[in-house]
Design a protein around this ligand. Structure first.
Ligand SMILES: Cc1cc2nc3c(=O)[nH]c(=O)nc-3n(C[C@H](O)[C@H](O)[C@H](O)COP(=O)(O)OP(=O)(O)OC[C@H]3O[C@@H](n4cnc5c(N)ncnc54)[C@H](O)[C@@H]3O)c2cc1C
Length: 402
């Protein structure tokens, strides 16, 4: 039976995250954003205390054991306040933890997933390089096997939490012949710890959005990791990277939905305050049109990410549905943020109101985890029969608490 009601646990989670973000982050976010400051202790400490960093990881692995709808709800509530908060859910909880849960060995789960889910360690995801984003085959990073170790070399750029995370999921070529032929079955995935010799990181200095978040690069100069750090089997790196994106995109979709709601609420408030031509601007039909569009975009985005979350709870493949949710909601969030600035007039063009920050923040999500163009092509390819999702060796486990 179709059921649109949230369970008691889901409602409680939603309320708890909403109150925490409103109390702890909202009053400070303007200053944090202005100062380009990632408030590590308050943000990560608070999220760990709420159990958000292991939200959908089973309790047996140190997580909160909540379902995937809770992961979406948390992402929506966090991005309602600021995108930088939701990014943590995307890379740590989504791209990394759920990938280790699905593809990691038992030893890897004990060594890495458990402390990550408890919030004792923070995790990132390193796919993109200066010369390779959408075109994963253009990656240059390599991992060469030598004396029972893999030696990694390469540079990853535009990496969320690059200066913060303790562990990274890194994709690199283990088969150099296949690298030459751009055959993705030559890629493998590794856990790389920041403490490894030869690891260095730094910030993306000229970034103009998600300023309260950490985004940077890291370099691997002859970084040795033991064979046990290989995730999955040699040659499964591409599949693992794409699997991870199914989880990250889900949080990006639900987060963008929260951003649309934030734009809607700010716009409704402002439209009732500002007057022109003797009436509130909310009385003008063209302003109503922008606000109505925000509402329809919010509701449609929410239904799309919830359907993807429902599929995840059932343990069913959701690459197509998650991709659609991510594409639709991020494009809609761009529209909502642009219109929110418009409604706020010149004030929207300053940091006095939050909508300018929403406008800067929304753009990242239209680029990362599959650009707008890549998602558009994917949806067309599904319909045209050029693309199908073949089963992979490991699939996201259906929702279970333990
Ligand atoms: C704030 C932020 C955080 C990020 N965090 C991470 C992270 O944690 N980990 C990580 O690995 N990466 C991260 N990224 C990187 C992000 O995933 C990439 O920027 C993204 O995948 C796009 O790749 P690219 O920048 O190389 O663009 P390109 O792939 O070079 O694309 C350039 C343009 O060409 C278009 N294009 C490319 N190929 C095609 C095609 N075949 N058909 C039509 N159009 C095409 C694209 O849509 C885009 O408009 C982050 C990026 C940002 C902005």
């Amino acid at each position: 039976m179709l059921d649109f009601e949230l369970t008691e646990e889901q409602q409680l989670l939603q309320q708890t995250v909403r109150e925490w973000a409103a109390r702890e982050i909202a009053p400070r976010i303007k200053e944090l954003d202005r100062q380009h400051c990632f408030d590590r202790d308050r943000v990560l400490g608070g999220m760990a205390e709420l159990g958000l960093l292991g939200i959908s990881v089973p309790q047996a692995y140190g997580g909160a054991g909540m379902d995937y709808i809770c992961l979406g709800l948390a992402s929506e509530e966090l991005e309602y306040v600021d995108t930088s908060l939701r990014v943590i859910m995307s890379v740590h909880a989504g791209l990394n933890c759920l990938t280790l849960l699905t593809w990691g060995s038992e030893a890897q789960k004990q060594a890495y997933l458990v402390p990550q889910a408890r919030g004792e360690k923070i995790a990132g995801y390193g796919l993109t390089e200066p010369g390779a984003g959408s075109d994963v085959r253009a990656l240059q990073a390599t991992a060469v096997k030598r004396d029972g170790h893999y030696v990694l070399n390469g540079e990853k750029s535009w990496i969320s939490l690059a200066d913060v995370a303790d562990h990274f999921l890194v994709v690199a070529w283990t088969d150099l012949e296949k690298k030459k032929n751009r055959d993705t079955s030559g890629l493998s995935a590794f856990i790389v710890e920041r403490t490894r010799r030869g690891f260095s990181s730094g910030p993306m200095k000229e970034k103009w959005g998600i300023l309260a978040g950490d985004t940077g690069w890291f370099k691997l100069d002859d970084v040795e990791v033991p064979e046990e750090n290989l995730v999955g089997r040699p040659g499964e790196g591409f599949k693992i990277a794409m699997f991870a994106l199914d989880q990250g995109r889900y949080t990006v979709a639900s987060g963008a939905t929260g951003l649309i709601r934030a734009c809607r609420d700010a716009s409704v408030k402002y439209a009732l305050e500002r007057r022109t031509f003797g009436v509130e601007i909310g009385q003008h039909q063209l302003v109503k049109e922008m606000i109505a569009q925000m509402e329809s975009d919010y509701q449609a985005s929410r239904l799309l990410w919830m359907r993807a979350g429902w599929l995840k709870n059932q343990g069913r493949r959701n690459t197509r549905e998650t991709g659609l949710a991510k594409w639709f909601s991020t494009v809609a969030s761009e529209r909502a943020a642009a219109d929110a600035v418009q409604i706020h007039r010149a004030n929207g063009y300053s940091d006095e109101y939050p909508v300018g920050r929403f406008f800067r923040n929304c753009k990242g999500a239209v680029i990362y985890e599959g650009t707008r163009e890549i998602h558009k092509l994917m949806q067309a390819d599904y319909l045209l029969g050029y693309r199908t999702d073949r089963p992979t060796r490991c699939e996201l486990p259906p929702y279970r608490t333990n």
